[in-house]
Design a binder for this molecule. Sequence first.
Ligand code: NAP
Length: 240
Amino acid sequence: MANDNRVALVSGANKGIGLEIARQLAQAGLRVVIGARDEGRARAAVDDLASQGLVAQSVRLDLDDEESIMGAAATIAAEHGRLDVLVNNAGIFDFADGPPSTASLAAVRRVIDTNFLGALAVTQAMLPLLRAAPTGRIVNLSSSLGSLAGNGDPTSSYYSQRFIGYNASKAALNMLTVQLHEELRDTPVVVNSVSPGFVKTDLTGYGTMTPEEGAKLPVHYALGGEESGRFVEPGGETPW
Ligand code: NAP
């Protein structure tokens, strides 16, 4: 295992792509903090990594609960004094979502609340800690479904996937990437939107990649490079 002193927080790291991101960052030697809204599920994830000889700690982090977000930031500040890597991974999909004409408004609200406002709240809470790191890195788990260009291009493979809530939540997350990148231009903090690919997890139950494969690109951006303000997927650059 590499020896790396960096501290990384992964939200929604108790399962799916987030758990695999946590595993791969721990394998790279980082000090990983598993963010999870349920303490039992967080403990199970820590135990899972421990069974492979990997050390991780957990913190309660519910994107829909501001108090838990502020509490997580306070815990990381007290224990580490900084945060080198923030992976905004936690997210939801709702089967009551759908095309603009028929999607359930309640579902759209839920999805945007968690996927966009939740990620924004976590980012704001962690930013002072990221600024305290030598090179803070933010990876926003976006989706190619958030590409405005793809949604309006009949030749795009994402064209027919009309989920107004989910797709808009990821387009909004991309706006966070763009604006934060510009705001932090003169700082060492970098921020990117990474689409993991089409990964079979509990999110929808569908996918062609394993969570382990889906974690690779987010981990690449979490670990290094000076690139910032990009939107990428496993095949390369994604059109905004
Ligand atoms: P997943 O297996 O369903 O995992 C989602 C994770 O997010 C779980 O740990 C879940 O925790 C957590 N979460 C949901 N709402 C939360 C909240 N309010 N507060 C804290 N944690 C919360 O899904 P996944 O496929 O790994 O998705 C991870 C990320 O990748 C998401 O942002 C998703 O949009 C994105 N993504 C996935 C795909 C894909 O093909 N799977 C494609 C593009 C982008 P609980 O266990 O407590 O529910």
